[in-house]
Ligand binder design. Structure first.
Ligand code: ADP
Length: 183
């Protein structure tokens, strides 16, 4: 199976290959756009799987800023909630993209703790249509997620879900590097 996981005390981070809409966790994170009214990529897949009630709830949220996130119910998904996160569009790296991507992951973890969630599944935010270089984005994502999992939080398990084989390989490599650097 294509999966890699690491324990951090009683917390755990898992990198897996798969389709995030099938994840059985408390919340899946959506790589949304700032309208929160649906889009392509993972956003489209989540809305299709959750059904029309998800869009209805999103219409009431008045959008979401870049680097921020908002939570809704999961409707027909196995996940009870969806955290809609808006990562930055990559414009060359000199426009605060790294800080914004980091803030996006941080906000998701804050919202998860506020709702006392224990398990989350993330996609590789900003690395599709938003063009963020994959390896750089993976480093930002995992540094933040590891830091949050080593801090006070209700979240015990983070799954990081990659759709394709080469994305999975890069993410596994980046996480392994970060884990060995520290120990
Ligand atoms: P963004 O606009 O934030 O870049 P995208 O949805 O275009 O978001 O892409 C984000 C990542 O999600 C990409 O790496 C893409 O391959 C991946 N992806 C697309 N569909 C799925 C899915 N069903 N499950 C997991 N990851 C997915």
């Amino acid at each position: 199976m294509e999966a890699f996981s690491a324990n951090l005390g009683n917390r755990r981070i898992e990198v897996v290959r798969g389709d995030i809409v099938k994840e059985r966790v408390d919340a899946i994170v959506n790589a949304a756009n700032s309208t929160l009214l649906g889009g392509g990529g993972v956003d489209g897949a989540i809305h299709r799987a959750a059904g029309p009630d998800l869009l209805e709830e999103c219409r009431g949220l008045d959008g979401c800023g870049t680097g921020d996130a908002k939570i809704t119910r999961g409707y027909r998904l196995s996940a009870r909630f969806v955290i809609h996160a808006v990562g930055p569009i990559y414009r060359g790296g000199q426009e605060g993209e790294a800080q914004l991507l980091d803030a996006t992951y941080r906000r998701c973890m804050v919202i998860a703790a506020e709702h006392r969630l224990q398990s989350l599944a993330f996609p590789a935010i900003s690395t599709g249509a938003y063009g963020y270089p994959r390896r750089e984005a993976a480093g930002i994502a995992f540094r933040r997620l590891l830091q949050e999992l080593r801090s006070e939080t209700t979240v015990e398990r983070v799954r990081y879900v990659l759709f394709d084989a080469s994305a999975f390989e890069t993410h596994e490599e980046v996480l392994r590097e970060l884990l060995t650097k520290r120990s």
